[in-house]
Design a protein around this ligand. Structure first.
Ligand code: FES
Length: 388
């Protein structure tokens, strides 16, 4: 069939004319008020995921000789009315100004999300560590009513129904009990629907964190079981030695997810053991806030740090990360996890060579010389551009 171009053009012109009239009417009838720049969805997102939460210390409890629990509440005078919701297992990053340095440190929330919803509180538990600038400051100096800024809850170390098996085997070492404490509390509060077996390794009975509360929770709810494994003490009814495959085997069901939280040593030990189960990758989750500390180099390098409006010259030792050197020198470098996972500190290396460990850089980032300063150790003089 031949196309009648003449009649088609005429028809199109008529349509355009009527459209023009319609548009003119819409423009004529429209409001002259300025366009809105605050939308309900944006306001909701800001409340749910605030960049910064201003908090105060409301209570401090000594758990063991080197561990304290801090209760955080919103600092209403500084503008935070309500603490953001979190999932059991997530952490906040706390910013502390100590002796001219600006330090960010991640701490897992150890209470149930119900505490955030109903009491407007978080709890974090901090262990004193050799050379731990922030942990030692918290342990020795911080008092009730001291004020800090924290990030909104972050991290992927939480149970996700579509990904994880409902039988969760939680392997904890020392302070690594915090996320599982939050999960256990959430099970008792009816917020989390999983079966949780915590296999908790410490040196002696004295070192068990939340001992009384863990026993109360497991007595109260048969979905929670706690197995204590003592490496330097023999106590009846407690397992002795290191966490082993024989111990884990006792608590397995058909389908299991393993969540591992503790030191780098625990993580490497568990990697070997869990490797024997030949599990799909998604069934093994881990969280560790302890980077490698076994670099022993003595060299010191010059580092030029470029921000959008200034350049700062500092030095960095070969055994410290670029992020640690920037923090020590009072440079406000963005960071959250400190173990190369969140990507928050992603910066561009403009000159020099670094040794990167434990990082999850994308291939495209590697091509364009992006690095994670939280896990990057200098191997030469450096020029780095940080986001701010
Ligand atoms: S702070 Fe998370 S990747 Fe560096």
């Amino acid at each position: 069939m031949e196309l009648d171009l003449k009649s088609l053009n005429k028809k199109n012109i008529e349509t355009l004319k009527s459209l023009k009239k319609e548009r003119e009417k819409v423009i004529h009838d429209s409001t002259s008020n300025p366009i809105k720049n605050n939308y309900v969805a944006n306001e909701l997102a800001k409340t749910l995921y605030p960049n910064i939460q201003h908090i105060k210390i409301a209570d401090i409890t000594e758990e063991t000789q080197d561990t304290k629990t801090f209760v955080l509440v919103p600092n209403i005078n500084a503008g935070t009315k309500k603490l953001a919701y979190f999932k059991p297992g997530q952490y906040i990053t706390l910013a502390a100004n100590i002796e001219g340095g600006i330090y960010n440190r991640p701490y897992t929330i150890s209470c149930s999300p119900k505490n955030a919803i109903e009491d407007n509180t978080y709890t974090i538990t901090i262990r004193k560590r050799p050379n731990g600038i922030v942990s030692n400051y918290f342990f020795d100096k911080v008092k009730i009513d001291d004020e800090f800024d924290i990030s909104c809850p972050s991290g992927e170390f939480y149970y996700e129904r579509l990904r994880d098996a409902k039988n969760v085997i939680a392997i904890a070492g020392g302070n690594g009990i915090n996320p599982f404490m939050s999960m256990a509390e959430a099970i008792v509060d009816g917020i989390l629907d999983i079966k949780l077996t915590i296999i908790y390794g410490v040196k002696t009975k004295e070192d068990i964190l939340f001992h009384k509360r863990l026993n109360e929770l497991s007595n109260k709810n048969n979905l929670i079981k706690v197995v204590y494994v003592l490496s330097e003490e023999i106590v009846p009814e407690y397992e002795t030695g290191l966490i082993s495959k024989e111990i884990i085997d006792k608590y397995l069901e058909n389908e299991n997810s393993f969540f591992v939280c503790g030191s780098l040593g625990l993580y490497e030990h568990m990697n070997q053991i869990l490797g024997e189960y030949n599990l799909p990758k998604k069934y093994i989750r881990h969280e560790s806030f302890f980077g490698r500390t076994d670099f022993r180099g003595v060299e010191e390098y010059n580092v030029k740090v470029k921000t959008c409006d200034k350049e700062i010259n500092i030095t960095c030792k070969s055994r410290e990360t670029l992020l640690a050197a920037m923090e020590k020198n009072g440079i406000k470098a963005p960071s959250k996890c400190h173990v190369g996972e969140c990507g928050f500190c992603r910066s561009r290396l403009r000159m020099g060579k670094v040794k990167m460990i434990d990082n999850s850089l994308r291939e495209a980032d590697k091509d364009y010389n992006y690095i994670h300063p939280c896990v990057a150790f200098p191997e030469s003089d450096i020029i780095i551009e940080i986001p701010n």
